[in-house]
Ligand binder design. Structure first.
Ligand code: NAD
Ligand code: DAU
Length: 329
């Protein structure tokens, strides 16, 4: 089986490539990745049966021959960070919307199976006490340029299924954590700050809730959807991991053996979504179960990974923090 993985040098895509190489000895993987600031070839180092092609998903001449040669396309590539989308939305539109369009045109032309990776953020946010969670029929209501661009890409995929018969499935997942996550994101930023003796930064009051899932559980769900999902359907991926940001910071401080109040409040994110929560019923119906049910244990593994792999993240640290300093975060 030949699998084209877009964005496979990023956080979730690289973890997907690692587990697929381990679990599927008959798979050959081509990674198409632009190697933006978020893509790191070191995340794929030493893997056999993996070819990394540096290129842009928004370029039809690059995409066409790679899709022609594939049995399956798993589409992770995106601009993925909300804070960046507030500073400069432009690459979010090009990569997330035009890039998805270019891939869809190629899978349509060659009749290749497509799986689209998306986010729970397309549904907007929930009140803290709302008993309802996001389901596949929740109306779209994105808040940021990032989530709006992902919403646009989801609509394109559904239109290409209905109008052109493209064989695609979609998944919208909640917040991932685990190894190889870029240190601009909340958990790795907090962990690497603490390794450097810098206090964690909490946006606003820290009451915003995210529904945390280990990246390996996200990726086993993606494989279940590819293998058992119904064409045209959307599956929500989540593992009942709701915690507010204050709780997460305090669990990380505890893991380091520091005082629970040893963090600082910084400027809030404009338009900051309050709460995400996933109803994963349709995924459970496929027989999927998460492996990482204990967030504290998964977090401890993740902290250990960042301690053990400083050479992977260290080159980015200064620039990431300089960028945050400009917005008072
Ligand atoms: P990431 O930012 O870590 O990685 C994105 C990868 O895409 C990078 O390797 C980057 O170089 C590549 N890329 C960017 N623009 C490209 C282009 N034009 N052409 C080719 N490659 C390009 O992102 P991530 O956190 O791994 O997210 C992967 C996917 O999962 C995204 O679609 C994101 O929306 C979705 N998602 C992420 C989370 C999360 O918690 N991180 C949760 C749900 C869904
Ligand atoms: O819900 C899925 C989404 O999760 C994905 O679609 C996105 O690609 C991914 O980046 C993530 O989005 P968030 O904006 O929720 O993740 P982030 O790690 O940026 O922030 C998590 C929460 O922590 C959010 O409420 C903002 C807050 N935060 C973030 C940083 C970097 C802090 O309080 N302090 C920080 O230093």
């Amino acid at each position: 089986m030949k699998i084209l993985v877009t964005g496979g040098a990023g956080f979730i895509g690289a973890n997907f490539v690692h587990t697929t190489v381990e679990d599927m000895p008959d798979a050959d993987i081509v990674v198409l990745d632009k190697l933006t600031y978020a893509g790191n070839p070191a995340s794929l180092a030493g893997l056999e049966r993996v070819t990394l092609i540096e290129g842009d998903i928004a370029d039809p001449d690059t995409v066409d021959p790679l899709v022609k040669d594939a049995d399956l396309v798993v589409h992770f590539a995106a601009e993925s960070h909300n804070d960046n989308s507030l500073n400069d939305p432009s690459p979010f539109i090009t990569t997330n919307i035009i890039g998805t369009f270019v891939l869809l045109e190629a899978v349509r032309k060659y009749g290749v199976r497509f799986h689209h990776i998306s986010t729970d953020e397309v549904y907007g946010d929930l009140e803290l006490d709302d008993p309802a969670k996001f389901t596949p029929t929740t109306p779209y209501h994105p808040s940021s340029p990032y989530s709006a661009s992902k919403a646009g890409s989801d609509h394109l995929v559904r239109a290409w299924v209905r109008s052109f018969g493209v064989a695609a499935t979609l998944s919208n997942c909640s917040n991932n954590y685990g190894p190889y996550q870029h240190i601009e994101k909340f958990i790795p930023r907090t962990v690497t700050n603490l390794i450097d003796g810098v206090k964690p930064r909490l946006y606003g009051a820290g009451l915003n809730v995210r529904d945390w899932i280990h990246v390996r559980d996200h990726n086993t769900a993606v494989w279940d959807i590819i293998n058992k999902g119904e064409i045209g359907n959307t599956y929500l991926i989540g593992a009942d991991g709701e915690l507010n940001n204050l709780q997460v910071v305090q669990l990380i401080l505890e893991e380091f053996g520091y005082d629970a109040n040893d963090f600082v409040h910084v400027n809030d994110r404009p338009g900051h979504d309050l709460r995400y929560a996933i109803d994963n019923t349709s995924l459970l119906e496929l027989g999927w179960e998460p492996e990482f049910k204990d967030f504290k244990a998964g977090l401890a593994d993740t902290v250990a990974w960042y301690r053990d792999n400083e050479e992977w993240w260290r080159p980015q640290k200064e620039a990431v923090e300089a960028k945050y300093a400009k917005t008072g975060q």
